[in-house]
Design a protein around this ligand. Structure first.
Ligand SMILES: [Zn+2]
Length: 260
């Protein structure tokens, strides 16, 4: 689908407006809408940022994950840092560090610029390109952890606790069951564990998303699809809501939550 023709009337004075969601006014482009739109930018493929749009602009990796989740869709690939002209605006994606393919969107017209962050993480990630923050006149920011109650410990400290707990559990002959959202967090924790020499069995729902990661060139190390039996010495990564393992298996359930 081509971008909309420039309206004959005077150009809008604002770059964006609110229409029960963020819209780039001149380009008539919906940003991360959860309801179907003729044209939408998708920052990443989490369920709270996507819909069955008629035409979607997103990074190639987000396109792969989006279409894995919702079936074949019409998309325009926007690789990081490669500007396109769209409906009177210059649009560029930058890594957001949140999950594979996650992007911030920089929109510029002749007068001003706007940066929409989507979900983002500034710290390094094992499975997503590290966030970059281009300068802009207007900043539209996701603020999931934007209140003072979220003072999180350093990532290194949290990871050390996780690795210690997983190793202790395995040494005790039990199974560490790590509960993680199927897209993003599950692949991140898998990569972190396998890099520590801890092999991972993934629940089938996690494993199928991991295949999209692998197809996009993100290797997750030594992991396999869980089928029936739990293998001693391996950690499990499963989605939230997974019932307890069979009674004969001693499990230690570990939740990895949040994205900060
Ligand atoms: Zn997200």
């Amino acid at each position: 689908m081509p971008p909309p023709r420039r309206p004959a009337r005077n150009l809008p004075e604002t770059l964006f407006h609110w229409e029960n969601g963020l819209k780039l006014t001149e380009a008539d482009l919906a940003v991360d809408f959860r309801r179907r739109q003729p044209r939408a930018f998708i920052s990443h493929a989490h369920a709270d940022h996507i819909a069955r749009h008629e035409y979607a602009l997103c990074t190639p990796e987000t396109s792969a994950l989006y279409q894995f989740r919702l079936g074949p869709r019409r998309t325009l690939d926007m690789p990081y840092r490669e500007p396109i002209q769209w409906g009177g605006l210059r649009l560029t994606t930058y890594p957001a560090g949140h999950c594979l393919g996650s992007a911030m969107l920089l929109a510029e017209d002749a007068h001003q610029s706007l940066l929409y962050t989507g979900d983002f993480k500034l710290a390094p990630s094992a499975t997503a390109e590290q966030a970059e923050l281009p300068k802009a006149d207007i900043l539209v920011i996701e603020s999931t952890y934007g209140t003072p109650q979220y003072r999180l410990p350093p990532r290194r400290q949290t990871l050390d606790r996780l690795f210690t707990l997983v190793r202790q559990t395995l040494e005790d002959g039990a199974t560490p069951l790590i509960v993680a959202y199927v897209l993003g967090k599950a692949q991140e924790v898998t990569r972190l564990l396998t890099a520590e020499g801890i092999p991972v069995l993934q629940h089938p729902k996690v494993f199928e998303v991991s295949q999209v990661y692998e197809a996009c060139g993100v290797s997750l190390g030594r992991y396999a699809r869980l089928q029936g039996q739990v293998t001693p010495g391996w950690a499990l990564v499963v989605p939230p809501g997974t019932p307890p393992l069979e009674p004969a298996t001693r499990e230690v359930r570990i939740g990895v939550t949040g994205w900060a």
